[in-house]
Design a protein around this ligand. Structure first.
Ligand SMILES: O=C(O)CCC(=O)C(=O)O
Ligand SMILES: [Fe+2]
Length: 427
C-alpha cells in the first residue's frame, strides 16, 4: 500500500477535484446506477477501520471544502497533507489548532441511502451533452434561456408575471424595504460572504420556534404582503411542475440599492429547505447579473457563467444546484436605471421551507446554538456542522455530524430522546 502522502499526490495527478456524482440536471439521468454505486462505495471507504486512508483525496477535499468554505483548496490540500491525510485532524487543525486524534470505530452505515428514493421522484430534464465550460478566470455570458439551460442547472423565464402585477409588487416591496435593517444587522449573509445589501425573511405562516442563521436568532419572519401572496401562488403553480410535493412557504427578499450592492459567492444553507431544494427568484427593478460557479473548481472548469436577470424574470435554481454550484450578485460600476425603482433591484427568493425541516428539528451544536445542514460538494452526502465560522468565532468548534434521512429526504426525529438523529463519523 502506498503511504498516504504518495497516494494524495498520485490522486492529484489524475482526476483531482472531479466531482464523483452528477446528480444535477445534466447528469442525473445519465447513469443512476453509477451514482448509487459511488455513494455506497465511498460510505464504505469512509468508515473503514483504517480511518480516512481509503477515502480518496477528491472526496476528502470536497468534504473539507464544504466544512471550511472560506479556506482555499490549496490550503486545504496542504493542511490535509500535513495531517497525514486525516480529515478529522485537518478539520481540528482548522477549527481549534489542536491535533488530538481518536481511533475510528468499525463501520456502520451512515444511512443516507433513503435519499435515493427521494431524489428519484424529483423531475429531471433530459440529458444533454455537457458543453465546454469557461476556462479559469473567464466569464461566459449566457443571454438566452436555451443557453442557460444548456450550460447550467438554472432555468430562466424572462417574463413571469403580468406587467401590472410585477409593477405593483415592486412598488409594494420598495415601500417595505424602507423598513429593512441596514446591512450587517440581521443580515443573512454578512459574516460569510461580502454582502452589502439588505434582506428580510417572509413566511406564509408565523413561526412558533425562532429561525437561526449563522448562530443568530433571527427576528420573527414577516408575513407575505398581498402582492407577494399573489405572486407566490403563481410561483407555486410553476414550482409544482418541478416538485409536486412542494409549496412556497417562505421568501427571502433582498434589496440592492445601487451598483455597489451585491452578494458574494455562496450557497444557500439547506437547514430549513432540505437536500436538493429548488429556489425560484423573482427579480424586480434594475437588471443585475447573477454569476454561478461549479464546485469544487477544477483545473478545467473554474470559470464563471453570468446570467442577466431583468425586471419580472423568474430564475430557477433547480434541485442539486446548492450541492454543486455557488452563486453571487457581483458589484458593478453602473446599472441602467429602472423607470419605477431607479437604481434599486429587489429579488424575492421563493422557497419551500419544509414542515419536516422546521427550526425545532435542527440539531443543537456542541458550542451552543444550532447546526447548519450542508452537502459534501456533489451532494453525495450531507452533514450538520457548527456554524461558528459564520459567527465570527474563528472556524467554530468543528462540531460535525452526518445527517440521517428518512423517507422523502426528511430528518429522522427520535421521539424518545426528543432530538433529531445524527451520526458520528466514527460510528
Ligand atoms: O438576489 C438574488 O438574485 C440572489 C440572492 C441570494 O443569493 C439569496 O437570497 O440567497
Ligand atoms: Fe443565495
Amino acid at each position: 500500500m502506498l503511504p498516504v502522502k504518495k497516494k494524495l499526490r498520485k490522486s492529484l495527478d489524475s482526476s483531482f477535484f472531479e466531482p464523483k456524482l452528477q446528480r444535477d440536471r445534466r447528469g442525473s439521468s445519465a447513469d443512476p446506477g453509477t451514482t448509487k454505486g459511488d455513494a455506497e462505495g465511498s460510505t464504505a471507504e469512509y468508515v473503514s477501520e483504517e480511518g480516512d486512508e481509503r477515502l480518496d483525496t477528491d472526496t476528502k477535499i470536497a468534504l473539507l471544502a464544504s466544512l471550511h468554505p472560506s479556506v482555499s483548496t490549496a490550503a486545504l490540500m496542504d493542511i490535509l497533507l500535513s495531517a497525514d491525510g486525516s480529515i478529522k485532524a485537518t478539520s481540528q487543525l482548522l477549527a481549534t489548532g489542536q491535533t488530538t486524534l481518536q481511533a475510528r470505530k468499525p463501520p456502520s452505515s451512515t444511512n443516507q441511502s433513503s435519499l435515493e428514493s427521494f431524489i428519484s421522484t424529483q423531475s429531471t430534464s433530459t440529458t444533454a451533452a455537457a458543453p465546454k465550460p469557461p476556462p479559469k478566470g473567464q466569464t461566459m455570458h449566457l443571454y438566452t434561456p436555451a443557453l442557460i439551460a444548456l450550460h447550467t442547472p438554472c432555468i430562466l423565464h424572462p417574463t413571469f408575471l403580468l406587467p401590472h402585477l410585477a409593477t405593483a409588487l415592486l412598488q409594494e416591496l420598495l415601500q417595505e424595504s424602507t423598513t429593512f435593517p441596514p446591512p450587517g444587522k440581521f443580515n443573512l449573509f454578512s459574516r460569510t460572504v461580502q454582502s452589502p445589501h439588505r434582506s428580510v425573511m417572509y413566511t406564509t405562516t408565523p413561526a412558533t420556534t425562532p429561525y437561526y442563521y449563522q448562530g443568530i436568532t433571527l427576528p420573527p419572519p414577516r408575513a407575505f404582503t398581498p402582492s407577494m401572496s399573489t405572486a407566490a401562488g403563481l410561483v407555486e403553480k410553476y414550482f409544482h411542475t418541478l416538485e409536486p410535493r412542494g409549496r412556497i412557504t417562505a421568501a427571502l427578499v433582498n434589496c440592492y440599492s445601487g451598483p455597489q450592492q451585491g452578494v458574494g459567492f455562496h450557497t444557500d444553507a439547506l437547514t430549513y429547505i432540505g437536500p436538493r431544494a429548488i429556489i425560484c427568484t423573482l427579480s424586480l427593478g434594475v437588471t443585475r447579473e447573477f454569476r454561478i460557479q461549479k464546485q469544487p473548481p477544477t483545473s478545467h472548469s473554474s470559470g464563471t457563467y453570468a446570467i442577466h436577470l431583468p425586471h419580472n424574470s423568474l430564475l430557477v435554481m433547480t434541485a442539486g444546484m446548492q450541492e454543486n454550484w455557488k452563486h453571487s450578485i457581483p458589484l458593478v460600476q453602473r446599472v441602467d436605471r429602472h423607470e419605477v425603482s431607479g437604481d434599486v433591484r429587489i429579488a424575492i427568493t421563493f422557497r419551500w421551507y419544509r414542515d419536516d425541516y422546521g427550526p425545532e428539528v435542527t440539531p443543537a451544536c456542541g458550542c451552543g446554538g444550532r447546526m447548519v445542514l450542508r452537502p459534501v460538494w456533489g451532494g453525495e452526502k450531507y452533514f450538520w456542522s457548527c456554524d461558528g465560522e459564520y459567527r465570527g468565532v474563528g472556524q467554530g468548534c468543528g462540531y460535525f455530524k452526518w445527517a440521517v434521512f428518512g423517507e422523502g429526504g426528511r430528518p429522522v426525529f427520535d421521539e424518545e430522546k426528543g432530538k433529531t438523529v445524527v451520526r458520528d463519523d466514527n460510528e
